[in-house]
Design a protein around this ligand. Sequence first.
Ligand SMILES: Cc1cc2nc3c(=O)[nH]c(=O)nc-3n(C[C@H](O)[C@H](O)[C@H](O)COP(=O)(O)OP(=O)(O)OC[C@H]3O[C@@H](n4cnc5c(N)ncnc54)[C@H](O)[C@@H]3O)c2cc1C
Length: 294
Amino acid sequence: MRTFEYRTPETIDEAISLLKEAGGSARPLAGGTDLVVQMKERATRFPYPETIVSLDRVAELRTIDFSDSDGLRIGSGATMSDVATHPAIQERYTALAEGAGVVGSLQTMNMATIGGNVCNAAPSADSAPPLLVYEAEAVIAGPNGRRSLPIAELFRGPGETALESGELLAELRLPVPPAGTGAVYERNTPRKQMDIAVVGVGVSLTLSGDTIGRARVALGAVAPTPRRAQAAEAALEGQPANDETFAKAAEAAATDDCSPITDIRASAEYRRHLVKVMTARLLAQAANRAKGTS
Ligand SMILES: Cc1cc2nc3c(=O)[nH]c(=O)nc-3n(C[C@H](O)[C@H](O)[C@H](O)COP(=O)(O)OP(=O)(O)OC[C@H]3O[C@@H](n4cnc5c(N)ncnc54)[C@H](O)[C@@H]3O)c2cc1C
């Protein structure tokens, strides 16, 4: 590893000033489970940082709040363990608790933050499909104040986000899921732990009786960014919540909503097959959750 300046601000404003002062060669550091590994391997997608701005002492980035009126606010510095074990997230944002709960090992989850997972922008990031199905908003803090962006617009490509130099992801805001909603996240990995998703699927269904009122489907590791599966969603909304509908939506997800690649971990063909099988199964599971039967 090459030498670098290490700064330890205690507030978001201070962190932003330090990033601005250091210019384009500065990089925020959260848990370091991506950044430190990339720096050691000289594998950063951006110029090697000359200044590291640690977010570790910025307490305001760590809070998680839920209220029935405002929904969920998760500070970008909340760890995967914080997210996976938070009672309101387990109860109301099940798919997110499931996504956070599979990141690496317990040791990884205790260091890895949700903000780092999002800002590292890996197509396989396990928090991304759940954040997409819950329609999270990213609140970004920078030298010109705050702005907010739908999470789908934050992801720009592998390792690329819409964050400008000097900006920080401050928090994620998730609206309250409508009554009658069931959601689930699952990924396929060759190993149970310490592996990254070959395919990740998040789904959320809101039922009105036996009819699907609202459907959100999101896929990980099958496109340059985590993405919503809009053809699948269109095949679900207004339709009866049954296996036939789920099979049609799963086919649409595998055919129209992904562009997987072949790499060392799986072929494109196998990834499409997984998208189809997993989407159909998870839709049935989400419907059962929506009905309160699972
Ligand atoms: C052993 C191991 C297992 C892993 N398993 C998984 C897994 O199963 N699933 C998975 O999705 N990932 C996995 N990862 C990857 C990693 O743990 C996650 O992506 C993690 O959430 C990154 O968070 P972090 O806090 O460590 O980020 P860091 O490494 O600190 O930062 C990651 C990137 O985000 C930027 N950044 C961080 N916080 C902010 C912010 N608030 N604003 C702007 N930019 C920011 C940093 O500059 C850096 O570019 C694994 C990593 C390891 C080492």
